[in-house]
Write a protein that binds this ligand. Structure first.
Ligand SMILES: CC(C)(COP(=O)(O)OP(=O)(O)OC[C@H]1O[C@@H](n2cnc3c(N)ncnc32)[C@H](O)[C@@H]1OP(=O)(O)O)[C@@H](O)C(=O)NCCC(=O)NCCS
Length: 191
């Protein structure tokens, strides 16, 4: 059956280019993950809050290497992307990225975490703003959404500070280790 609406973005429009290095603010940038970032990823997934809200943990250096290595393929497949948020010494202090990329709708969901030692300095908000700007002005996305448990007040603040408007609550929609959570949906449109 022929589709009556063309995909908003053609295949290759994202994965056909190199994953870019994006400036955030002085001393902060977004870059692709590297093999030697494993120790930072282990620190991240040892954090109880990251385990809680991202519902996974890492048990070995091999798993950390597999985590950093997965992103190149997902970028080329145009299904997801992750950037390391790096400090002035190029060391990761967090992660921001796209999940559930849909080229047909030019949309993606956002994911982010910041290492415990780097929190409270506006890093998540600044990184989210930088990725959002590039997503709309260069990558051609039309809609970015983000979803967090209604119990995750820190994430809600980050979303609001980065200009993501509240759209509503999806009741009992995501299972965490302690059961079903209501999820708060926010979004921004390119317009
Ligand atoms: C949520 C998280 C990414 C915030 O990172 P951060 O770099 O410390 O956030 P920012 O410094 O940009 O803070 C942005 C806003 O959130 C608020 N905030 C940050 N942590 C908070 C907390 N624990 N409780 C309440 N508000 C908090 C800040 O005060 C700020 O709001 P303000 O400008 O109105 O004062 C970080 O705490 C984290 O990694 N948490 C675990 C993983 C997670 O929840 N990821 C999101 C899953 S949806």
């Amino acid at each position: 059956m022929p589709l009556l609406v063309a995909p908003a973005l053609p295949a290759g429009s994202i994965g056909g280019q190199e994953q870019p290095h994006l400036p955030v603010r002085p001393g902060l940038a977004l870059r692709a993950w590297r093999d030697d970032d494993g120790p930072s990823v282990r620190v991240a997934f040892n954090c109880p809050a990251i385990q809680r809200w991202h519902v996974r943990r890492l048990d070995s250096d091999d798993e950390a290497r597999a985590w950093t290595a997965q992103w190149a393929g997902r970028w080329r497949a145009e299904t997801a992307a992750s950037w390391a948020i790096v400090d002035a010494d190029d060391r990761p202090v967090g992660q921001v990225g796209w999940r559930g990329v849909l080229l047909a709708e030019a949309s993606a969901h956002l994911s982010y975490w910041v290492l415990p030692a780097a929190r409270g300095r506006g890093i998540a908000t600044a990184a989210l703003r930088a990725l959002t700007r590039w997503s709309f002005t260069r990558a051609g996305l039309h809609r970015l959404a983000l979803e967090h448990s209604t119990a995750n007040t820190a994430s809600c603040r980050v979303a609001a500070r980065a200009g993501f408007i509240e759209e509503g609550v999806a009741r009992g929609s995501v299972r965490h280790a302690d059961g079903w959570h209501d999820m708060h949906l926010h979004s921004r449109l390119a317009t």
